[in-house]
Design a protein around this ligand. Structure first.
Ligand SMILES: N[C@@H](CCC(=O)N[C@@H](CS)C(=O)NCC(=O)O)C(=O)O
Length: 373
């Protein structure tokens, strides 16, 4: 692209300011200093842009660039942009840091939906005006301002059932979920009192995935903002760093070091999220064996039980979660024997229950669908 064209070139990010995965991509685009416009999705854009781009799924974010075409899925978008814009990469060079960054991507994208959805939809009395305003602004921006929020009602009804119906959050597991969320936020606050980003002085892919739920839900929805974020100054400072173009001058910690303050987070991830993913992988394998002719997997295949601390729940089983796990494995599979061995020893030493093995039935995610590999 010529310099002149480059200065005129802007990406189009179709999304919403209150969307978890839009926030992730937005912070990434700012970090890479890539010019973009955020385009809120109304019904017309959903029909003419989003659905044709995704094979019929009304989902955000979708990115358009003249050098990318239309792409959906925050991780796919970041991968595509990383290969086009290779300066200041978001993947560190060492295997341990790569794996930790990918584990935080897995955590942010697939596990923090629990607190993000719970603290948004189970505190409607506090949050609803804010959410309806944001949804209405996207869906019905042409309506007069005093009634624009009403245009958000349909969307609120659709997403309001997510905590219970999709994630299995209920009065029995809510106390454990809340206790665990508080503990995670304390752990992150302690970490960010010592480091600017997850792996030192520079953001990695995991920072962007963490930012999605923390910025777009917990730090923006009135209830969690007041009760969970306000008192945690170091976490707030990181959120600000990630919001105001993350610095690109710092560096990751030297010698593939992983900060000690991340270990407790990785330990409970190994205790709760990774066993859940093993069950998803077993269910996906079972589905693939039983449907030996199918190329495309449904978005959900039944339900899977999970644990959060001492509590249990059941959530819809998405084979897509296995694909996210496979993204962690990509780094491990590519690695030489020595760093791989070092990683395994380090995981054991720190009591992180992550036994890096490929699923028996690998899948791919392409053109908005999970497919048999
Ligand atoms: N894995 C996707 C998730 C996208 C996603 O769940 N987006 C939400 C809004 S934050 C949505 O549009 N959901 C519609 C749906 O689930 O049908 C990504 O990383 O982009």
């Amino acid at each position: 692209m010529s310099e002149k064209n480059q200065s005129l070139f802007r990406y189009r990010l179709y999304g919403s300011p209150v969307s978890y995965y839009t926030a992730k991509v937005q912070s990434y685009l700012r970090y890479k200093a890539l010019p973009f416009d955020l385009i809120r999705v109304n019904n017309k854009i959903a029909e003419t842009v989003i659905k044709p781009a995704t094979g019929g799924w009304r989902v955000i974010p979708v990115l358009y660039g003249s050098n990318t075409g239309y792409i959906q899925d925050s991780s796919v978008i970041i991968d595509a942009l990383e290969s086009l814009h290779q300066d200041v990469p978001v993947t560190p060079p060492g295997l341990k840091q790569q794996v930790v960054s990918a584990l935080f991507e897995l955590l942010g994208d697939d596990w923090l939906v629990f607190p993000a959805m719970h603290y948004r939809w189970n505190f409607k009395r506090y949050n609803l005006p804010h959410i309806l305003k944001a949804f209405g602004q996207s869906r019905t921006p042409h309506w007069p301002k005093p009634i624009r929020w009403m245009g958000g009602i349909k969307n609120a009804l659709k997403f309001g059932v997510v905590p219970r119906q999709m994630l299995g959050i209920n009065p029995t597991n809510i106390p454990a979920l809340e206790k665990w969320t508080t503990q995670l936020l304390d752990q992150l606050n302690a970490h960010f009192s010592l480091h600017d980003y997850l792996l030192g002085g520079r953001a990695c892919h995991g920072d962007f995935s963490l930012y999605g739920p923390l910025h777009a839900h917990l730090a923006s929805d009135p209830f969690p903002k007041e009760h969970l974020i306000k008192s945690r100054q170091h976490l707030q400072n990181w959120l600000t760093r990630m919001t105001v173009t993350p610095a690109t001058t710092g560096d990751w910690l030297p010698a593939d070091e992983v900060p000690a303050t991340l270990i407790p987070i990785l330990q409970w991830q190994g205790r709760d999220q990774l066993p859940y993913l093993k069950k998803v992988m077993a269910q996906t394998a079972d589905w693939l064996s039983k449907n030996s002719k199918a190329e495309i997997l449904p978005r959900f295949i039944g339900k899977t039980s999970y644990g959060i601390g001492s509590a249990v729940g059941t959530r819809l089983c998405a084979p897509y979660s296995q694909w996210m796990y496979q993204r962690v494995m990509l780094y491990i599979d590519r690695a030489e024997t020595d760093p791989r061995h070092e990683l395994e020893t380090w995981l054991k030493q720190h009591g992180i229950a992550f036994d890096p093995n490929q699923p028996s039935h690998p899948i791919v995610f392409r053109a908005s669908k999970v497919r048999r590999q």
